[in-house]
Unconditional design. Sequence first.
Lengths: 332, 328
Amino acid sequence: MSEIIIVNNLDGGYEVYVGGKRRVFVHAVDNVSLILRSNEVLGIAGESGCGKSTLAKMIYGAIIPPLVVRSGSIKLQTRKGNFVELNKLSIEEMRKKIWWTEISYIPQNSMNILNPLKRIKDQFINVFKYHDMNIDKEEVMKYIKDTLISLSLPLEVINAYPHQLSGGMRQRVVIALSLLFNPRIVIADEPTTAVDVVTQRIILSLIKEWREKNKSSLILISHDMSVHAYMDNRVAIMYAGNIVEIGEIFELFKEPLHPYTRALIESLIRKGDKTLRKGLPGLPPDLTNPPPGCRFHPRCPYAMDICRREVPPATTLGRDRYVKCWLYTGRG
Amino acid sequence: MAMNNKLVIDNVTKMYGYGLLGLKKFKALDSVSMDIDLGEPKIVVIAGETGSGKTTLLRIIMGVVKPEYGKVLYKGYNIHKLRGSAVKWYRREVQPLFQDPYETFNPLRRIDSYFYDTVYNILEIKSRDEVERRIDEALKFVGLSLDRVAGKYPHEFSGGELQRISIARALLTHPKILLADEPVSMLDATLRASILNLLKDLKEKLNMVVIYVTHDLATAYYIGDYISILYRGTLVEYGPITKVYQEPKHPYTNALLESILEPDPTLREKYSVIRPSAIEIKEFLLPGCRYANRCPYAKDICWYKLPPFIEVNGTYVRCWKYLDYKEK
């Protein structure tokens, strides 16, 4: 299990100019360090607006203003074994060397990103064109057919327009597109938010099967802890731009440490359960002006004085497990 | 009147057009029948996947979509034939709650104006004090107050608060039925529980009937008393929720219940494999059971004849599995 992506103290957000003068800075990713190993599924969980999609965009290298990286680095180990710093590459270099072949991205709301005026086969051909590839037309068609079969889509899909397919099928087509060049790393941003439970299960199983066959790595972003429970090897919990806890999936569900992780798992409604549940009161903070100290303290039931003043350090508890909370600084 | 204290959905069929000009028709809802007794407060869940017709059914109950065949009777009145003041009466009795709290409200309109409009136009109360009292009462029930809401615009509230405000607005008319269309699907998991608890309060404290449309079967069980499951426009199963969850009759219900992911990583190896659906429109156009394509028990008759709605141990189910069709 070698490390293929190393994110070091990444810090950034959205810079907005209002009226050309006053600057608003949305601090969406605050000092995040992460490691992705080969052949593993790393989950990123958190509420909406906690910066998980921004982190994904940064790792993917789609750093286009207003998104800016202020400090830190993202290193990718190439197939040859040397490291490239992704945030130093230009968009043109990313397109040629990295996107689709090394890192692929399944965007949020993926059922709505297909061009409505193009048949599914043309959407595939476009991808080949984008990568300056000249392949024989018949060969391409055969390739597309194989990909569709592997995602158990009927072959009629090839000549269909996007609106003729159901949401779940469009999503499978988008997934087929992203996996076209067998990338080593796939970033899936909420791949199943807008679909029902049955489609969700089908899509997740497909991604899972494909990943196990190709031994690729997956970064899975979702607010749904059940999805993480089904898919992940490790999971990172994000709150307001910070990773507050990270750990191996079984350990994290067995013993959630951070009060936020606990609330996230406890607020879930399970099948066949009618006992009264309480949601987590309050709201995630405004990232243009985050609260001082631990960003979770206004909603935390255990908030102490120190939480309001100082940012908690990462307390390491065993391999692959750390938590950022003052409650645990005495331990370990 | 006691006899008629019911919401009866009687053989409702709704056709939609498809194809280039929309001239070809398919049945978005096919002979859906359901009785809801308004005497006892309860939460009725309508569950199904995207494109199963659940929102269409809700709109038909709301009276904004007219079915091609069949009728909806509320306390004995056909709601699609109401005229004049009877329309207003029905609007008072049945109120909607929508899916996306951010899109429910016009961003350029103050939140409180919706409340004043509802009271003036639908309740026709003119006294300012009485109007404010009614609004405050409704907002207090959802944990807000008129002082907190007055003069503010939608962007000043969070999604959870906006959904509470939508519920309060619906409560202004003291309705008998609340039609909730996926009210929590746009909210974060941490906020969902509180909105669902509020829907439970409507049933317990205000004796209302809540019709809760969702695709999320975990939250459905959390608040529901009865459940009806739709698949491609047909009602496949209807019954008390505990019964349906313990022993699902229809193969589709079974698949739905099995596909719920549990927030517990130790269970991940136990999930079974599900067959993905074929092209949607083809399933809608099947003359028989719409699930035949994916059903592991499909027999010949399933393909060409829609099974009747039959009672099996207290739940209603539309499936040939429970009928010896040679007798028919």
